[in-house]
Design a protein around this ligand. Structure first.
Ligand code: C2O
Ligand code: CU
Ligand code: CU
Length: 449
């Protein structure tokens, strides 16, 4: 539905029985009963409204990850849609509560990018995403339209995540505290986060994609709660790199970058082109995860089935890219991501409190944020897009290029990012995107002033 230049979408969050493992039904919590949720395809600068109706039995909050969204529509962790109908208001802690349904307004004043939407309920994001509440939102723009990259059927988003199943086919999320103390929804036995033993791509285990001997654009998303991947092709191409990266989390790169492997922390996106004309017709190519052996080392397969015409290419210049210089930053802040004694995870020694703000950047400011930590922590900022300035006192790493919203912080290796706080004033979160770490307190607010 379109009204006054605004496109309206309706999404109902509800349980559904779907076949993920052959011959077995799994109950998912899905956007429109689907896992992954429906892919939203929108245009930069054209506002949309998504009305979410909650037919699940739990409160939900919807966050557009990578979106530049006004704070009241950003899925703040206490701004909940409760099940049922008929009452809107505020809770004792200032959470903005709706019952039954809620409209999220997205101005989408941002360049073409691979965004995703997912649940963000405080203390329960891990279990709720694990049950299926995640989907793609692709923003397109003219600069992207004008590039000769693969399009249409050859532009495919791939949502990669790991899950475990019980013997009767249910998702086996092991970490929900059966008697929540009102503190957080995960128990302390899963300090590293919840790992599954089956890798799913777009909701299917070890799927096969039949491809033409031509270029394809894949928008890779690591939607896992806690697992990292190092993706590679086996066999690799006879010449050149397996992957040509054209985009990062929140936009296209200035220039393409060749990789033989792509390492991805939770929530990161890598927009890549794979050229299957470099493989003989008939080749079966495995996409593997080199961080693991056995079942979690297998991601998906490509089968090159036919010769085909292809007028796509990857130009040496993609879009205008403005590197942010260190000297443009007016403020430097420091955040440490560390374990709290033995029962959770903190930022600067503090556990998440939705009523406490830990930083107050000015609207429009450019700031350097320095991160340090005691384990792998995929650090994510809402609203602000950023670039990586340094990793471990050195240049950024091979997977740090472009505009980012999430970076893979490594244990004991300080990182510096430079972020632009443009868009909207108000309260937003930043957090570890290991969802169990987030649920165990590794999150904080910043307030754009
Ligand atoms: Cu992908 Cu705060 O989220
Ligand atoms: Cu986000
Ligand atoms: Cu973490």
């Amino acid at each position: 539905r379109t009204q006054g230049g605004v496109d309206y979408y309706d999404i109902v969050q509800k349980p559904a029985q779907v076949e993920i493992l052959p011959g077995i039904k799994t109950e998912i919590w899905g956007y429109n009963g689907q896992f992954p949720g429906p892919t939203l395809t929108t245009r930069s600068g054209r506002p949309i409204v998504v009305r979410h109706t909650n037919e699940l039995e739990v409160p939900v909050a919807v966050h557009l990850h990578g979106g530049k969204t006004p704070p009241e529509h950003d899925g703040f962790p206490t701004d909940l849609i409760l099940p049922g109908s008929g009452w809107d208001g505020h809770d004792a802690h200032g959470g903005d509560i709706s019952r039954g349904s809620r409209e999220y307004h997205y101005p989408l004043e941002q360049p073409a990018a691979t965004l995703w939407y997912h649940d963000h309920r405080m203390d329960f994001t891990g279990p709720q995403v694990y049950h299926g509440l995640a989907g793609f939102h692709l923003v397109h723009d003219e600069a992207e339209d004008n590039l000769p990259l693969p399009k249409g059927e050859r532009d495919i988003p791939l949502l990669i995540c790991d899950r475990s199943f019980t013997a009767d086919g249910a998702f086996d999320y092991p970490a929900v505290d059966p008697s929540p103390k009102g503190e957080h929804g995960v128990t302390e036995d899963f300090m590293e986060g919840v790992l599954g033993d089956v890798i799913l791509v777009n909701g299917a285990p070890w799927p096969v994609l039949e491809v033409d001997a031509a270029r394809y654009r894949f928008r890779l998303l690591n939607a896992s709660n806690a697992r990292r991947y190092r993706l590679a092709l086996d066999p690799g191409p006879q010449s050149g790199n397996a992957f040509v990266q054209v985009g990062s989390d929140v936009g296209l790169l200035g220039r393409p970058i060749g990789h033989d492997e792509i390492q991805m922390a939770p929530a990161e996106r890598f927009d890549v082109v794979v050229d299957f004309s470099k493989f003989p017709v008939g080749t079966r190519i495995a996409m593997v995860n080199k961080l693991d052996d056995g079942d979690t080392g297998k991601v998906m397969q490509f089968h090159v089935v036919r010769k085909a015409s292809d007028n796509s290419r990857v130009p040496t210049k993609l879009v205008d890219f403005e590197p942010l210089s260190r000297s443009s930053a007016t403020v430097t802040r420091k955040f440490d991501f560390n374990q709290r004694s033995d029962d959770g995870w903190d930022i600067n020694g503090k556990t998440y409190d939705p009523e406490r703000d830990d930083a107050a950047p000015e609207l429009g400011a450019t700031e350097i944020w320095r991160f340090d930590g005691d384990a792998h922590h995929p650090v994510h900022l809402h609203l602000a897009h950023f670039q990586v300035l340094s990793r471990n006192q050195n240049d950024p790493g091979p997977y740090d290029s472009g505009w980012k919203d999430t970076i893979d912080l490594e244990s004991g290796k300080e990182m510096e990012i430079i972020a632009r706080f443009t868009g909207y004033r108000g309260r937003y979160v930043f957090h570890c995107h290991n969802l169990e770490h987030e649920d165990m307190g590794m999150m904080a607010n910043f307030r754009v002033m």
